[in-house]
Design a binder for this molecule. Structure first.
Ligand SMILES: Cc1cc2nc3c(=O)[nH]c(=O)nc-3n(C[C@H](O)[C@H](O)[C@H](O)COP(=O)(O)OP(=O)(O)OC[C@H]3O[C@@H](n4cnc5c(N)ncnc54)[C@H](O)[C@@H]3O)c2cc1C
Length: 450
C-alpha cells in the first residue's frame, strides 16, 4: 500500500491512538502504522480460560491521572476500586508476617524511610518536570544513582531495602541503575512518592472492568481503516518537503510524522538523513525496565476470608510484589505478581518448570498451601516482546538527563516524538502516554497551521 496523508503516526499504543484521535478531530488526515497485529502496545488484555479479562500490561489508574480517565470515559471503559481491605503480608526469612500497613516489621526502618521520602520529595520539588536538567543541583543528582544516594543518606538497611522495592515496583529497574535525578523527576511527575506506591489515593487505586487494552481497541475502532496493523515502520525519510515512512508492505507519505514509540525502539528505525547526534545518542541511552507479570487464578479469593488484602511484599523470592487482581465480582480469585529488575533478568532464563515452581512457592509462602495450587498460572515477560523491549517504560541512567534531556521532545524537522517516556506528568504511566499523544497532536496541528 502506498498512501499520502497529512500525518503519519508510528505506533498504535495509547499515545499514538490519542494523537491520531485529536488530529482527526481537527480535520487532519492520518495513517497510523502499528507493528503488531493488535493495538494497545504495553496494554494487553487477554481472556483467561474462563473468559475473565486479564491485564498482562498496564492496568491501574489513580487520582490525578485525569487524561487516561477522560479517554477511558469517552470510549465507555469503566473502573472499579482495587481490592485492598485486610492485612498486608511481608514474606521474609521463610515466614509470612501480617501488618495493617506497610512498611512494617521494623519501626526504626519505617521512621528512617519516612525521613528519606521527605528528603526525596523536597529535592523533587526543585526539579522542573519540563526540564529536569535545569534543576539547580541537576548535575550533582544526575551523576549519582539512587543506590549511591541511599548508601550515603539512609543509614537503616531496612529503609534502604523498602526504598529499593519501591524503585523496582515503580520503574522495574534497580536503584543502582537509575539516575537520582530521574527518580526525583519521576516523583515530581507523579505528584508525590505516596501517589506512586499507594493503592487507595495512589496509582494502584482503580482498574478497568473491560481491561486497559479496551481503551485502545475502542479508539482504534473509531479511527477505522486509518489504523494499519502488522506494519512495522523501518525507514523514515524526512526533509523540508515532507516525510515518507516505509513500513513492511506499506509506504506512507505525509507532511509530518509522530513517532509514538519508546526512545529505545525509535533507535531501531533508519532515518534518511540520519538524525542529529544529540537525538540519536539519547535513544541509545534510555533502556526499558525489566518486568515479568504473573497471574494465578483460583476458584475464589480465599485470602479475603482469612482477612488478607492480597497485597504482599516478598523478600525471599523472585516475585517481589503481589496484589489481589480479582475482578470486581470477586470470582474467580486472582493474584498478580511482579518479577522486576535484576530478578526478572534471572527469572526469564530459568526453564518454565522452575519459573512455575518459584512463583508457586512464593504465593504459597505468602498466602498458604492453597495459593500453591492455582487452576491457571499465566506469565508474560515484556523484555521478550519485540515491539516493547521491556516495561514499564524507558528509564534514565546516570548522566543522560543532563547530557541529552533536551532531545526528548524536541522535534527534528518534521518528526515529532510521543509516548509515555516524553510525558512531564505521570511519565511512564498510561496517563503520561495519553498526555504525550495530546501534546504531540497539538504540536503538529500548530505546525500544519490548523
Ligand atoms: C507489565 C506492565 C504493567 C504496567 N502497569 C501499569 C499500570 O498499572 N498503570 C499505568 O498507568 N501504566 C502501567 N504500565 C505502563 C503503561 O502500560 C505504558 O506507560 C503505556 O501503555 C505506554 O503507552 P505508549 O503509547 O506510550 O507506548 P506503547 O504502548 O509501547 O505503544 C507503542 C506502540 O508502538 C508499536 N511499535 C513499536 N515499534 C514500532 C515500529 N517500528 N513501527 C510501528 N509500530 C511500532 C508497538 O507495538 C506499540 O503498539 C505497565 C506496563 C507494563 C508492561
Amino acid at each position: 500500500m502506498t498512501a499520502a496523508t497529512d500525518v503519519v503516526v508510528v505506533g498504535a499504543g495509547l499515545a499514538g491512538l490519542v494523537a491520531a484521535r485529536d488530529l482527526v478531530a481537527a480535520g487532519a488526515e492520518v495513517v497510523v502504522l502499528e507493528a503488531r497485529d493488535r493495538v494497545g502496545g504495553r496494554t494487553l488484555t487477554l481472556p483467561a480460560a474462563d473468559g475473565t479479562p486479564i491485564d498482562h500490561g498496564g492496568q491501574w489508574i489513580g487520582p490525578t491521572q485525569d487524561r487516561i480517565a477522560a479517554v477511558a470515559e469517552s470510549v465507555g471503559v469503566t473502573t472499579f476500586p482495587t481490592w485492598s481491605r485486610g492485612l498486608h503480608t511481608v514474606f521474609r526469612d521463610g515466614r509470612a508476617h501480617r501488618f495493617d500497613q506497610l512498611p512494617a516489621g521494623d519501626p526504626g526502618a519505617a521512621v528512617a524511610m519516612g525521613v528519606a521520602v521527605r528528603e526525596l520529595e523536597a529535592m523533587a520539588a526543585t526539579v522542573p518536570p519540563e526540564a529536569p536538567w535545569t534543576a539547580d543541583q541537576a548535575l550533582d543528582w544526575d551523576w549519582q544513582t539512587v543506590e549511591s544516594w541511599l548508601q550515603a543518606r539512609v543509614a537503616s538497611e531496612g529503609a534502604r531495602s523498602w526504598l529499593r522495592t519501591a524503585v523496582r515496583s515503580t520503574l522495574a529497574a534497580e536503584a543502582g541503575e537509575l539516575s537520582l535525578l530521574h527518580a526525583l523527576f519521576f516523583i515530581r511527575s507523579a505528584g508525590s512518592f505516596a501517589r506512586l506506591v499507594e493503592t487507595e489515593g495512589g496509582a494502584q487505586e482503580r482498574r478497568f472492568h473491560q481491561g486497559a487494552q479496551a481503551i485502545s481497541i475502542r479508539l482504534a475502532e473509531a479511527l477505522g481503516e486509518r489504523v494499519v496493523l502488522g506494519a512495522p515502520a523501518l525507514v523514515v525519510h524526512h526533509d523540508h518537503g515532507g516525510v515518507v515512512v516505509e513500513a513492511a508492505g506499506h509506504t506512507v507519505a505525509a507532511q509530518r510524522a509522530i513517532l509514538a514509540i519508546p526512545p529505545a525502539l525509535a533507535s531501531r528505525l533508519s532515518y534518511r538523513p540520519a538524525l542529529p547526534g544529540w537525538r540519536s545518542q539519547l535513544t541509545q541511552r534510555v533502556p526499558m525496565g525489566s518486568v515479568v507479570k504473573v497471574h494465578a487464578l483460583y476458584d475464589e479469593p480465599f485470602w479475603r476470608r482469612e482477612g488478607l488484602s492480597g497485597l504482599a511484599i516478598s523478600r525471599d523470592a523472585p516475585v517481589e510484589v503481589v496484589y489481589d487482581n480479582s475482578p470486581e465480582s470477586g470470582s474467580p480469585g486472582v493474584l498478580v505478581g511482579f518479577v522486576e529488575g535484576r530478578d526478572a533478568r534471572g527469572f526469564t532464563r530459568l526453564p518454565p518448570a522452575e519459573r512455575r515452581a518459584a512463583v508457586l512457592q512464593c504465593l504459597a509462602g505468602c498466602f498458604g498451601e492453597a495459593a500453591g495450587h492455582p487452576r491457571e498460572l499465566l506469565e508474560r515477560s515484556w523484555a521478550d516482546e519485540e515491539y516493547s523491549g521491556g516495561c514499564f517504560a524507558g528509564f534514565f541512567p546516570p548522566g543522560v538527563w543532563t547530557s541529552y534531556g533536551r532531545a526528548l521532545r524536541e522535534p527534528v524537522g518534521r518528526l515529532h516524538w510521543a509516548g509515555t517516556e516524553t510525558a512531564t506528568v505521570w511519565n511512564s504511566y498510561m496517563d503520561g502516554a495519553v498526555r504525550s499523544g495530546e501534546r504531540a497532536a497539538a504540536e503538529v496541528l500548530a505546525a500544519l497551521g490548523a
